[in-house]
Design a protein around this ligand. Structure first.
Ligand SMILES: [Zn+2]
Length: 341
């Protein structure tokens, strides 16, 4: 086997040549992802309308492997007041497929985890409050998890110990959801190579406004290849590769992420009808899975802030322009790119 960095070397050697020749070299690579195949042309879904089963979606669903959903367990939740004024309930999950702590950032106290709230043998009301399985709000002196004395709300359980969830109207039921994959560089290190931080903020803003929503935060850094490999991919990008090519040069699929954990977490939270914030048509299929236990009833586009309001806000860098261009041209994202990128 040749070393993964064998291919980029000629670019180094021909550094004196124009950048066009290195682009040509990268463009020759074929794009094959075993998880999600990038597409050349995808019919665009009009903004904010129900998702219809297009030929593309049907084809992608056929390609999905037959897979059992992972088992997830909500270990704890806590109320987090935020700097944006909204309160969120942070849910931490364990699962049976990896040892990472995946999260759900929940807007609205009425979205409650089945596994967290389920009654456990021998536990006390104090145990339940400590892990976050309480209704209403905690305050000093509260003694019962299953009853909020201030509001009078009492938790009801079925014979198997599961919380009986409140009945929702159809409008309430279709909940705004974002599936977000961890991006240390974009969220913490102020990176302008991608727009993950901006998308995360925007998702939170929209859910705060709606008063209900959920960001499933998956620990799959760098489209699933990990931070170390992502940093190598950035170097290949600086040598002329686009984001898809860089992953392929490192012998990774263009997108190594899996969304079945997100599906399992959404089901645990009772969110089986969702309005998905995404531009990625493959994500709709990936989250719904073969059996469509979660149904995406609407796709809500995420338009980069720099493309709205005359470019006053949002990320401006040539790297983010290239990143977005690759998403649209090579990964079939449903965005109309401005003429200048
Ligand atoms: Zn990112």
């Amino acid at each position: 086997m040749s070393s993964p960095i064998a291919q980029p070397q000629p670019i180094h050697a021909s550094a004196k040549k124009t950048s066009q020749s290195s682009e040509e070299l990268f463009t020759d690579l074929s794009v094959i992802s075993p998880h999600i195949s990038p597409t050349q042309s995808v019919p665009s879904t009009p903004l904010g309308v129900p998702v219809v089963e297009t030929e593309h979606i049907a084809r992608q669903r056929e390609l999905l492997p037959e897979a059992k959903l992972p088992e997830v367990q909500c270990v704890a939740r806590a109320r987090i007041p935020t700097t944006q004024g909204q309160e969120i309930f942070l849910h931490l999950y364990s699962n049976n497929v990896d040892n990472k702590e995946h999260l759900a950032i929940v807007f609205g106290e009425k979205i409650r985890s089945k596994t967290l709230f389920r009654r456990r043998e021998g536990e006390t009301q104090s145990d339940r409050m400590t892990r976050g399985a309480y209704v209403g709000r905690l305050r000093p002196g509260r003694t019962l998890a299953d009853k909020d004395q201030a509001t009078g709300e009492v938790a009801q359980f079925d014979d198997d110990g599961f919380l009986v969830q409140p009945k929702l109207s159809p409008e309430e039921r279709a909940t705004l959801v974002r599936i977000h994959s961890e991006c240390y560089t974009g969220e913490t290190a102020w990176s302008a190579r991608c727009d993950c931080g901006e998308q995360f903020d925007e998702a939170g803003r929209l859910m705060g406004k709606a008063g209900r929503g959920c960001i499933v935060y998956l620990r799959q850094e760098g489209r699933g290849i990990g931070l170390g490999e992502k940093l190598k991919a950035y170097n290949l990008q600086d040598l002329g590769a686009d984001t898809v090519q860089a992953n392929l040069l490192l012998r990774h699929p263009a997108d190594a992420r899996s969304f079945s954990l997100a599906t399992a977490i959404l089901l645990d939270l009772g969110l089986d009808e969702i309005k998905l914030l995404t531009n990625n048509p493959d994500k709709i299929v990936a989250v719904e899975g073969k059996d469509q236990l979660v149904k995406v009833v609407e796709r809500v586009p995420m338009v980069p802030l720099a493309w709205k309001n005359g470019g006053k806000d949002g990320i401006k860098s040539k790297e983010v322009d290239g990143y977005l261009r690759t998403k649209i041209e090579r990964m079939g994202h449903l965005l109309q790119k401005p003429i200048n990128i």
